[in-house]
Write a protein of this length. Structure first.
Length: 592
């Protein structure tokens, strides 16, 4: 296995995690194939070659006890794995779990690998990471295994971050299509962890059918306001719905919280084609979600695999997540239009109920939200929810997943999956191209006494980059003068010719020019300097468009954005950014 020093992204997994499978239902959808398909896809894209491999080692008991109680640990360690009938009976005590002879060790590796990856991130061996682990964890509570989950990987990781690394604020974002009730219970009364979950709910009709998965359960004591449930009351939701939730609830709260670490409970059962979630989110969406999270916690983002049961979109979604962690570009997001009304209602309910705790939610509040809250609570009251009172003494062992699709529906879903995967613009791994810089000391030449738009501005920018060593990490591209034709893409011939006369005008003539009312001044250097600024920008445009770099920074003056086509204005002579845009349209046929 390759390891890479100074990698941005770490990852962990272990082959033993592929041996955990259901002994009495070999076709169980929480299958080893889930993890192996992700590994295959990431290898196919050479993504692991660019990552730091972090070994999974078995977690020690003390770390498990950070969340789970000792009796559960003891009981699981003694599960009768050699006798299938006894094992079945053992598992029937819990809802939707199976075990085999490898499960206990795999679960210990899943937690241990997650903790090792946490160590790598917190000690700056890598900036972010992906724990490709199973069994998953977010349904497991302190005293119970539940919903395919043994130990709660994300909870133990968060607790370790607090205990070992003194993290003051940990954000757990759970985008798995199920509510991570086990995670919610762990941090319900603390503000040291902000738990945010989006999950299919259908007013309580959807598993795990708990009242506490709804939007009105926001934590207690110190934790009040720090438990955020965003219930989805409809299937078939798309990219636009998730992006709407992201921009209107998740990101405002997350940025206001300002975490020291971001943990993601990354289930991919909301992805297109997953029979559990029945949502329609395309795999590339996860690159966007991950991208926005990287602005938090100095980029310390650790993703942990939870669910996801459509093998094709699971693998593709996880690969997009890893690409985004690595810093690869996101794809243009499809179908990002209007969100569904049920989603708007949920977001309004969440904002209403959380506004006392989060300043960022106190905007665009709608009066209708009170009505929608009552409507949602009423609909919930019509469903039979799971409680301790109606809990069965034994659970059914047959996998609960029923795929209720006509042949035609299946065919259509398969087509959509194929399209979503083919849509990925970069089938081959895209290496990080350099960031480009253009800077030319000649742009200091234009100078008007003590004017605030002075040469020292770009000198300061340049020195600032250099003193931080940033220039060493970039590629310099040459400066150049723009041609007259290029300037005329935006400006009038008359203006160009008139400004050109400043090159040879006497001091007296320059002073006589009527520039004061538009906040522009003239020297013999201004024309040449403005051409150099515009031309250098165009060199940058060419370099980016021909993939010599992925992005760039043109350190230029005079600035441009106030300049009109027929006149200079407000410190600006040629409109650099407008010239770039016209140049891109003309030479590269860019449409948007
Ligand atoms: Zn799930
Ligand atoms: Zn300005």
């Amino acid at each position: 296995m390759s390891t890479k020093a100074n990698a941005i992204t770490g990852y962990t997994y272990d082959d033993l995690m592929l041996k955990h499978e259901c002994p009495w239902a070999k076709d169980h959808h929480e299958s080893p194939r889930r993890l192996s398909s992700i590994l295959d896809r990431c290898r196919e894209l050479n993504l692991f070659d660019r990552c730091l491999f972090v070994k999974s080692t078995p977690v020690n008991d003390n770390d498990i006890l950070l969340y789970h109680n000792e009796s559960l640990l003891k009981k699981l360690s003694k599960a009768p794995v050699q006798n299938i009938e006894q094992l079945k009976q053992f598992c029937q005590e819990y809802e939707d779990v199976y075990m085999n002879e490898y499960t206990f060790d795999a679960a210990k590796l899943a937690v241990g690998g997650s903790l090792n990856l946490l160590d790598s991130i917190m000690t700056n061996q890598c900036r972010n990471g992906f724990a490709l682990v199973r069994p998953p964890g977010h349904h497991a509570s302190s005293n119970e295994i539940n919903g395919f989950c043994l130990f709660n990987n994300v909870v133990i990781t968060a607790k370790a971050a607090i205990e070992k690394y003194n993290a003051q604020r940990v954000l757990i974002l759970d985008w798995d299509v199920h509510h991570g009730q086990g995670t919610q219970y762990a941090f319900y009364d603390t503000n040291k962890v902000l738990y945010i979950s989006t999950h299919r709910y259908e007013h309580g009709a959807y598993w795990p059918q708990l009242a506490e998965s709804d939007f009105d359960h926001i934590g207690e004591g110190d934790g009040r306001g720090f438990n955020v449930n965003i219930p989805l009351n409809k299937t078939g939701l798309k990219n636009a719905d998730y992006m709407y939730i992201f921009f209107n609830i998740i990101l405002p709260i997350a940025y206001e919280y300002d975490p020291d670490l971001v943990l993601v409970s990354a289930g991919y059962d909301l992805a297109l084609g997953c029979p559990e979630g029945e949502m329609k989110v395309t795999p590339d969406t996860f690159a966007h979600l991950t991208h926005y999270l990287k602005g938090l916690a100095n980029g310390k983002v650790m993703v942990l695999l939870e669910g996801g049961y459509c093998i094709d979109t699971l693998a593709e979604s996880a690969a997009w997540t890893l690409r985004s962690l690595l810093g690869d570009p996101c794809s243009p997001l499809q179908a990002c239009a209007n969100p569904d009304l049920t989603v708007k209602k949920t977001v309004a309910c969440c904002k209403n109920i959380l506004k006392d705790y989060w300043q960022s939610l106190r905007i665009d509040l709608t009066e209708k939200s009170q009505v929608w809250i009552e409507e949602a609570l009423h609909k919930r009251s019509l469903n039979e929810l799971a409680t301790n009172e109606n809990r069965p003494t034994q659970y059914d062992l047959t996998p609960t997943l029923i795929i209720d699709r006509t042949e035609e529906q299946s065919k259509k879903i398969q087509q959509n999956i194929k399209r979503a995967i083919e849509l990925a613009p970069h089938q081959k791994p895209l290496e990080r191209g350099p960031t480009l810089l253009v800077y030319d000391e000649l742009m200091r030449k234009f100078s008007v006494g003590n004017h605030c738009e002075r040469p020292g501005r770009i000198v300061a920018v340049w020195k600032g980059l250099k003193s931080r060593g940033l220039d060493q990490r970039c590629t310099m591209i040459p400066s150049r003068h723009a041609t007259k034709d290029e300037i005329l893409l935006v400006h009038t011939n008359r203006f160009y010719d008139d400004l050109e006369t400043t090159k040879t005008q006497t001091k007296k003539e320059l002073q006589k020019r009527e520039g004061v009312s538009r906040s522009v001044d003239y020297t013999n250097e201004v024309f040449d300097n403005a051409l150099l600024a515009a031309g250098s920008c165009l060199n940058m445009v060419d370099a980016i468009m021909t993939d010599k770099g992925r992005n760039g920074f043109a350190i230029i003056r005079p600035p441009g954005h106030h300049a009109h086509s027929g006149m200079d204005y407000g410190f600006c002579y040629f409109n650099n950014v407008a010239i770039c845009a016209r140049y891109l349209q003309k030479n590269y046929n860019l449409q948007r």
